[in-house]
Design a protein around this ligand. Structure first.
Ligand SMILES: *Cc1c(COP(=O)(O)O)cnc(C)c1O
Length: 341
């Protein structure tokens, strides 16, 4: 029996139609700026988010790290939530690549507010690192896919503008947030200096992220991408997958969200679960009942053909995506209701 894979929304394989779009891509040498499909993807996303320019990157990690390097000088400080991907899951890259320190805040499920940020912005004093950048994540991965609304972001933008800090969005799952909230992508360009968008999460492309920013920042970013070893040649084959995904896989994220909600509801009544985080998008985080270990629950689920991951000793994560059908959700809900631990 083939497994039902909820470990991440990165596990999707390109559909036949996406592969066809990739095979037919017109390509050139993107390091020379001559790959028309890469250029088209960059222009499409910049226009969508109302940003001046964009740059295709091999991964979301690279896109975020390039952004952080663009917006900081050595000895600066980056402000983010303690759950942030840029801090927790990018291998210490902020210190290594940008020689910057990090000020960690404790938001509600990773969501920051101006009230949390303002007291942590350092005064101009030689003892303190220079606070130069705030990074938000939308949706918040470790916050169980929780979303910022534009109305939450506007006052943070306002604070950063007054204090002279740049504001970057780790938008690995920004399209999930847009579909869930109904907010418009174009409005994001007003509020963020930089935005990183992943094509290889819920959108289902095999590879790729895009960094969006001002023309001047993207010029600098291209230099940094080259130094990081991320200058790609006939990358249009990959960019074509991204264009296809933007045209065909955005609205369907609502299906992933409905699937996640159904799973969350069925977990609430399972005897091996103590709490389920409210489900807003395609991530379901739940705690196992007292006396159980998340790892052993994951093993039991695997025996029923269901793959998922732990995110702590008591917490398990399910992520829904393009390759999860409604039939698989029914099968999983059935397995959950018959699993007695
Ligand atoms: C997946 C992810 C990234 C980027 O990851 P890559 O695997 O490097 O593409 C960045 N931020 C968040 C919140 C993510 O979930």
């Amino acid at each position: 029996m083939s497994k039902i894979d909820f470990r991440s929304d990165t596990v999707t394989k390109p559909t036949a139609e996406m592969l066809e779009a990739m095979m037919g891509a017109k390509v050139g040498d993107d390091v020379f700026g001559e790959d028309e499909t890469v250029n088209a993807l960059e222009e499409k996303l910049a226009a969508l988010f109302n940003m001046e320019a964009a740059m295709f990157c091999p991964s979301g990690t690279m896109s975020n790290q390039i952004a952080i390097k663009c917006y900081t000088q050595p000895m600066d400080e980056v402000i983010c939530d303690q759950t942030a991907h840029v801090y927790r899951y990018e291998g210490g890259g902020i210190a290594y690549n940008s020689l910057a320190s990090v000020r960690l805040l404790y938001g509600d499920r990773g969501i920051l507010t101006p009230e949390l940020i303002e007291p942590e912005i350092n005064a101009d004093n030689i003892h303190y690192p220079n606070s130069s950048l705030v990074v938000l994540e939308n949706t918040v991965n470790k916050g169980g896919g929780k979303c910022y609304r534009l109305t939450d972001i506007e006052p943070i933008h306002h604070l950063c503008a007054i204090k002279g800090l740049n504001l970057h969005l780790d938008g690995a799952r920004i399209f999930n947030a847009l579909v869930a909230t109904g907010d418009k992508a174009a409005a994001y360009g007003k509020y963020f200096d930089g935005i990183s968008v992943c094509l290889s999460k819920g959108l289902g492309a095999p590879v790729g992220s895009v960094f969006l920013a001002s023309r001047e920042t993207i010029k600098k970013a291209r230099r940094i991408r080259k130094v990081f070893g991320g200058g790609m040649r006939q990358a249009g084959f990959l960019a074509a997958a991204g264009i296809y995904a933007l045209d065909h896989h955005v609205n369907r994220l609502a299906v992933d969200h409905a699937h996640a909600k159904a799973l969350g509801d069925s977990l609430k009544s399972a005897n091996f679960v103590s709490a389920v985080m409210p489900v807003e998008t395609n991530i379901v985080l739940f705690d196992v009942a007292e006396g159980l270990k998340a790892e052993s629950v994951v093993k039991q689920l695997e025996q029923k053909g269901i793959l998922c991951n732990t995110t702590s000793e008591q917490t398990i994560r399910f992520v829904t995506h393009l390759d999860i059908s409604s039939g698989m959700i029914d099968q999983t809900m059935n397995a959950i209701s018959t699993l007695h631990l």
